[in-house]
Design a binder for this molecule. Sequence first.
Ligand code: MG
Length: 258
Amino acid sequence: MPIVKKSPEEIEKMAAAGEILARCLALLRDKTRPGITTAELDKLAERFIRRSGAEPAFKGYRGFPGSICASPNSMVVHGIPGDYRLERGDILSIDVGVVLDGWVADAAVTVPVGRVSPIAHRLLDTTRAALFAGIDLCVAGNRLGDVSHAIQQRVEQEGFSVVRSLVGHGIGRDMHEDPQIPNFGDPDTGPRLEEGMVLAIEPMVNVGAHPIRMGADNWSVFSQDGSLAAHFEHTVAITSEGPRILTPWHLEEARRAA
Ligand code: MG
């Protein structure tokens, strides 16, 4: 399938969905603490998204029951919210999708629950840094492999592994559009990036080896070796002025920290 490019007006609509999403993730980060369940976080997210006049993109997607994916510790992605009660020292990956006026935004963060181990801390810092290293190269004229390579390099220099069998994706009216965006690859390979492309960049990183296994619920995905895993994601538009992050949870975090 060809990569569907978006007009500046369409990118503004995606940014409006992304703004709601960024505030939702900031809210969830604030609420993520020992004792809360992932189902409670899911309820908070759904209420926030609907009160903002939008819809949760994940709810009902291929039958997914939640408005968020909530994936603790060695779970990489696609965790179904439920009665898991967070404990101090956990890490929790929270992935959210928002639809507004038919346009989708997708983003994720991994959040520490209270004080976490040094290795967990380094995993979060590295995965987040890898996301931004990839975003820096989301510039017209670059090739997709440049983005993939930058992510892989940032992760592997810390001795961690990028998950290989799950990828980022184009996004727009559909949550998953072409191209697929692996988090590993060679520079100067793959499709050339053009103004108007919108990409969900989402490194998924294991402390140990890269293989994953499916959980018994047929949704959740775990690191096969049981090592900790993290996931950070932004929806990014390629514009004449360079990469534009449409889901600015990092700015929302900074605002709340100030
Ligand atoms: Mg995604």
